[in-house]
Design a protein around this ligand. Structure first.
Ligand SMILES: [Zn+2]
Length: 462
């Protein structure tokens, strides 16, 4: 079995371990602070990936972990535990901080963005026993050594360490900052960190090596193995995970099993804001709520993200979000016209395979969105209406609902009354009824095929 660093082949041609079954693992959030839009980028891509795999007939089992301990502020196994940092900031225990942000993230991802809930969402702190057992196995095989602040994985003991990132290990050795950590090699990493006796920790456990907590990379290796088995089909994450986190997950797991950890490693690129990195000091970190407060639909963020391929760097500006909102509004207007126009003329179907085909080729989401644009353009040209099946397909693959609620009987009556006034040439009355409907969010248009309505979308955004 080979290791692939991209999905750049047709998803229908994947050769999973078990026919038509995909085991997928995703690195989830560290629940120590309010999630921002950058956190949702990868979530949005992997949601479409899972939906496309399912549309290709795969039975997908997905695990997405919740990091609630041990993720330090630095990749060097130094710095503070982010959870403890959150505890200090909010004057709560790390446990309470984790509970709070698990709830918030859950609500934003699954209720607001409408993403599919992974089958398993294990918390690192619920798998401490398995993680300790993992370290025991590494120790028994001679892969670990203990120094003053913890138990470390000796990367020199694994001949293909760094294969994912094709790391220049020698370069790292000679070029690394000389920090006197006591590590044998700069790439060695902690699998178990000892609690600092001078600092108070909310989360710590006894272990054969001393009181402490698991190294961040360990939870993914331990939980993936416990829930999915020694080898999985697809592992996803962000590109920032490649050189350290995923490299170390591979090292730990393969050191124990002697088998390849995952056939495919798929990484989402970053999204910048106004062309620069998101950072607190620049004040350019936005949350989903910030977008909603400005009148945007969260689905517009989804379109903004998907209009760019997962492997290329994205950019967020309010203008780009506005363009995504307009695209969404156009699609919705076309969908709403269905209720009115399908009774008048023929329908045009969006062939489901068109969308699945685009998405199946290395998750070509920009291509899929263009296919949907083309579909709606054709409707306008042919003067026809979308089919319910087509709208369902879009919802199935992208989880974007296009069809709004139908108008109510009162509004229907107002439209009929206006038509009667027009026939009777009572133009003033007809206009005032039109205004009345407009204030209810409906724009009435007279077409050669009859009177239709579309929803008024807020144009004051931005
Ligand atoms: Zn991970």
């Amino acid at each position: 079995m080979k290791l692939y660093n991209t999905l750049s082949r047709k998803l229908e041609e994947l050769e999973p371990l078990e026919a038509k079954k995909i085991k997928l693992y995703t690195c989830g959030l560290t629940v120590y602070s309010q999630p921002h839009i950058g956190n949702w980028v990868a979530y949005i891509y992997w949601d479409v990936l899972v939906r496309t795999l399912k549309a290709n007939g795969y039975d997908v089992t997905r695990v997405q972990n919740i990091t609630d301990v041990g993720h330090l502020t630095s990749d060097e196994d130094a710095g503070e535990d982010k959870m403890q940092q959150g505890a200090l900031r909010e004057g709560k225990t790390a446990w309470k901080v984790a509970d709070k942000y698990i709830d918030i993230a859950d609500h934003e991802a699954y209720d607001i963005l409408g993403l599919l809930r992974p089958d398993h969402m294990p918390r690192a702190t619920d798998y401490i026993e398995q993680q300790i057992d993992f370290v025991k196995q590494l120790e028994a095989k001679g892969f670990t050594y203990t120094i003053s602040d913890g138990v470390y994985f000796d990367t020199n003991k694994l001949s293909d360490y760094g294969k994912l990132a094709k790391l220049d290990i020698e370069g790292l050795r000679f070029g690394a900052r000389v920090v006197d950590t006591g590590k044998k090699n700069p790439t060695d990493f902690a699998v178990w960190k000892f609690s600092n006796p001078r600092e108070k920790r909310d989360m710590e456990w006894d272990s054969p090596w001393g009181k402490g907590f698991p190294g961040w990379h360990l939870e993914c290796s331990a939980m993936a193995r416990e829930i999915l088995g020694d080898t999985i089909d697809i592992h996803t994450g962000g590109i920032d995970h490649i050189s350290v986190h995923h490299t170390n997950e591979i090292a730990q797991t393969e050191a124990i099993t002697g088998k390849i950890f995952s056939s495919f490693w798929v990484h989402a690129n970053h999204m910048k804001v106004n062309g620069t990195k998101m950072s607190k000091s620049l004040g350019n970190i936005y949350t989903l709520q910030d977008l909603i407060d400005k009148g945007f639909d969260p689905m517009a963020l989804k379109l903004l993200v998907l209009s760019k391929h997962y492997q290329t760097e994205g950019n967020f500006t309010w203008e780009i979000l506005g363009a995504a909102q307009n695209r969404l509004n156009n699609w919705r207007n076309m969908a709403d016209l269905h209720w009115q126009l399908d009774r008048l003329e023929g329908e045009v179907d969006l062939n489901e395979t068109i969308l699945t085909d685009a998405l199946s080729y290395n998750l070509d989401t920009p291509g899929a969105l263009k296919d949907i644009d083309a579909y709606f353009d054709n409707l306008i040209r042919d003067n026809s209406a979308p089919t319910i099946e087509s709208l369902d397909t879009i919802n199935l693959l992208l989880s974007i609902k296009l069809l709004g609620e139908d108008i109510n009987q009162k509004q229907r009556d107002l439209i009929s009354e206006r038509e009667a006034c027009r026939k009777a040439k009572q133009w003033d009355k007809a206009d005032s009824l039109k205004d009345q409907l407009f204030t209810q969010g409906l724009e009435v248009k007279d077409t050669p095929r009859g009177t239709v309505w579309i929803r008024v979308h807020s144009s004051s955004i931005m």
